[in-house]
Design a protein around this ligand. Structure first.
Ligand SMILES: NC(=O)c1ccc[n+]([C@@H]2O[C@H](COP(=O)([O-])OP(=O)(O)OC[C@H]3O[C@@H](n4cnc5c(N)ncnc54)[C@H](OP(=O)(O)O)[C@@H]3O)[C@@H](O)[C@H]2O)c1
Length: 223
């Protein structure tokens, strides 16, 4: 797939690198440093496991133009700016990992009756939005990718209203090494977004480090 990365920081930089190493064609965009985008592109293409296609740096509009999927990975305060720079996103699959956090990242600014993903969908009503990867700390992605295929993978919940877009997201989640868990329609982001604050608490305030993920288990009901 051709994947455009809108926001090439901790999330976009790492996931874009993994997507490229999994064989996708990636364009990194939306950093304040053009040099950083070029370095990301160079390094994404140089991993031992790189399956061949490649990565390059570009503008948000270039990242969006021919993309089969876009990863939206910006701070909530940058949302309008990056959407404006990306241009017409009609029909595009947008996988958002962006959380509606306040400026100092201490709390959600949207919740209970809506979610960041739903507010994004209102801003780009013709795009196909999936919420994914937002429930995991960026520090775990490379470890999960290195461990993929070794059984009992960690999971990544995702939600959205567009079946085709969800299939694209599920494939990319699987490419990183997670088991994709379909949590339902986009409004379920009202639950997944605050769940991330729990994950963040465990990752950043716990004593076992931030490279953590989760796995739900289902049992046969008894009694
Ligand atoms: N980090 C995590 O573990 C994590 C986990 C779950 C969800 N999320 C969510 O994912 C989204 C991205 O998080 P992140 O940690 O990847 O953020 P980040 O590291 O700050 O990356 C944001 C990207 O946006 C770029 N950007 C472009 N113009 C900017 C401007 N004027 N001001 C600030 N940034 C600008 C940054 O540029 P530079 O390259 O110049 O910095 C960077 O590439 C957020 O909504 C966050 O809440 C993050």
């Amino acid at each position: 797939m051709r994947i455009g990365i809108l926001g090439s920081g901790l999330m976009g930089g790492k996931l874009g690198t993994i997507f490229a190493r999994a064989g996708h064609d990636v364009i990194f965009s939306y950093s304040r440093s053009e040099k950083k985008l070029e370095r990301l592109a160079r390094e994404a293409g140089s991993g031992k496991r790189q399956a061949g296609r490649g990565a390059r740096a570009g503008t948000p509009a270039e990242a969006a133009r021919d993309a089969d999927a876009l990863l939206l990975a910006v701070h909530w305060s940058r949302l309008d700016d990056v959407l404006k720079k990306a241009g017409d996103l009609s029909g595009k699959v947008i996988i958002t990992c962006s959380l509606p956090m306040n400026d100092d990242d201490t709390g959600l600014v949207i919740g209970l009756t809506s979610s960041g993903a739903e507010e994004l969908a209102k801003k780009v009503p013709k795009a196909r939005i999936v919420s994914a990867f937002n429930t995991l700390p960026s520090e775990v992605f490379f470890a999960v990718f290195e461990n993929r295929g070794r059984g009992n993978p960690p999971q990544c919940v995702y939600c959205g209203d567009d079946t085709k877009a969800k299939a694209v997201a599920a494939r990319l989640i699987g490419d990183v090494g997670f088991e994709p868990i379909d949590a339902g329609p986009l409004r379920i982001a009202r639950y997944t977004e605050p769940f991330t604050l729990l994950v963040g608490q465990l990752a950043y305030e716990g004593d076992r480090g931030p490279a953590m993920a989760y796995r739900f288990e289902w049992f046969e009901e008894r009694g």
